[in-house]
Design a protein around this ligand. Structure first.
Ligand SMILES: [Cu+2]
Length: 99
């Protein structure tokens, strides 16, 4: 699980120790296109042994996820995913209910 606070500047260093290429998408975040993690569209695939650095500002708050966006039906099924929790900067809004 990765946990940050809304508006934090996030730097996620992804080193690919697989024997196949990959890419990571931070689902539900407003991302610069180059940080969207879609291999062949927004970045080259992260090749085995390579490192890619994702940098963005955490927005919006909420319970999100990150996951492989490359050969995803296989890689996500094998565990390349996790929770990405963005706590609201104003903790008073933490329990706000959406109508
Ligand atoms: Cu996604």
């Amino acid at each position: 699980m990765l946990r940050v606070t809304e508006d934090d500047r996030v730097r996620a260093v992804v080193r690919n120790d697989l024997d196949e290429s990959t890419g990571i998408h931070f689902h539900g975040q407003n991302l610069p296109n180059a940080m969207d993690g879609v291999p062949f569209l927004t970045q080259p695939p992260i090749m085995p042994g390579e490192t890619f650095v994702y940098e963005f500002v955490a927005d919006p708050a909420g319970s999100h996820m990150y996951h492989s966006h490359h050969n995803a039906t296989d890689q996500v099924g094998r565990g390349i995913l996790g929770a990405f929790i963005v706590d609201p900067r104003d903790a008073g809004q933490r329990y706000q209910v959406c109508a």
